[in-house]
Design a protein around this ligand. Structure first.
Ligand code: NI
Length: 139
């Protein structure tokens, strides 16, 4: 971490009480400064994702039925089409009927969103969620 700069923050007492409760819930390893840094990074990641040309990293988690005809082939086809933006994928056989995949994507925000929509649009995908994270430059 680079040199730390100090600044003071003013906020209403009630908001500070709620903030301290949040700090407490995050556990002993976190203090007010750490949690403020986390919240700032969250905001910066959100902003990064709003910019269609920004390079971003995310994970797409999907659950789908094992029984739908051609579903796995369609999902594989989309992933092969975008192999340059898909870093990794993990397949879990959840039970006799359901599969889960976690797909790690890296690329332009607009491209990652497009791939996500294509995957979620495949018939038989029951649920999916894209989680935004960062390339790690917000330290
Ligand atoms: Ni499976």
């Amino acid at each position: 971490m680079s040199d730390l700069q100090r600044f003071s923050v003013a906020m209403p007492e009630e908001l500070l009480i709620q903030f301290d409760n949040l700090v407490a819930r995050r556990g002993l390893a976190k203090n007010r400064s750490e949690v403020i840094r986390d919240l700032v990074r969250d905001a910066l990641v959100d902003e990064e994702w709003d910019d269609p040309d920004q390079e971003i990293v995310g994970t797409l988690t999907i659950v789908f039925t094992h029984h739908a005809p051609d579903l796995q082939d369609k999902l594989d086809h989309i992933q092969h089409e975008h192999h340059d933006k898909i870093i990794s994928a993990m397949h879990v056989h959840l039970d006799a009927h359901n599969c889960l995949e976690v797909i790690v994507l890296r690329g332009r925000s607009a491209d990652i969103r497009g791939i996500t929509e294509a995957i979620l649009g495949v018939k038989g995908v029951k649920h999916g969620r894209l989680t935004a994270t960062t390339t790690g430059r917000f330290m």
